[in-house]
Design a protein around this ligand. Structure first.
Ligand SMILES: Cc1cc2nc3c(=O)[nH]c(=O)nc-3n(C[C@H](O)[C@H](O)[C@H](O)COP(=O)(O)O)c2cc1C
Length: 191
């Protein structure tokens, strides 16, 4: 699997899911590569803990395996209380280091009003230290998301398509980077 799109809402019929489907279609139509949506609504994940996951143990193993096989990520994240929703942070904690190790990821934030900047800044500021995820410089903020229609003449749609194409270039190039990094002793627990 080339790219996983993380739909970052645990609400039913969420805007994150709608935007994720739009992204999946752009990838299919314009890049012709494999992608799929990992929804935090349909995948109910346990909270990270140190004592094991009981009946969810196998799910967590498969989650790590599937994310490790992916070469790039698109996070579709709603702004809640001016923050990244906790289940998105929980996913990053559960996955740990290997699945995201020096892989590129695109941030797409959404808001039903004028928000969206806070979760973008939060992800950039606090989530890469141990995951070693590589947030690419492009990012997309979709405001007034409930009324947003993805048409060619729309500026945000144009930015979204371009940013996905940028991510794809990083996805291809960072494979080489990871290969070269393998000789270095990089600590999982970053500074
Ligand atoms: C608990 C909660 C808190 C929210 N807080 C904010 C906020 O701080 N800023 C904002 O712009 N929108 C906020 N919203 C509105 C969301 O931007 C809007 O509901 C968006 O569609 C949520 O994405 P979803 O449909 O994918 O869940 C909040 C929504 C929820 C449910």
């Amino acid at each position: 699997m080339e790219i996983i799109i993380i739909s970052g809402s645990n609400r039913k019929l969420s805007q994150s899911e709608r935007v994720s489907k739009i992204i999946e279609k752009i990838i299919k139509d314009q890049l012709n590569i494999n992608s799929y949506i990992f929804s935090l609504y349909s995948n109910k994940l346990p909270l990270w803990n140190e004592e094991g996951y009981g009946s969810d143990e196998e799910n967590i193993i498969n989650l790590k395996k599937n994310f490790s096989q992916s070469k790039g990520f698109i996070f579709v994240v709603p702004e809640w209380h001016g923050m990244v929703p906790p289940h998105v942070k929980n996913l990053i904690l559960l996955l740990g280091t290997k699945p995201f190790w020096h892989k590129p990821a695109l941030i797409v934030t959404i808001s039903s009003s004028n928000g969206g900047a806070y979760p973008a800044m939060e992800l950039r500021g606090s989530s890469q230290k141990n995951s070693h995820i590589n947030w690419i410089p492009e990012q997309v903020i979709i405001r007034d998301v409930k009324n947003w229609i993805p048409v060619n003449t729309d500026e945000v749609y144009h930015r979204l398509v371009t940013s996905i194409k940028v991510l794809n270039i990083y996805t291809n190039q960072l494979e080489d980077v990871r290969e070269q990094l393998s000789d270095l002793e990089i600590k999982d627990f970053g500074m």
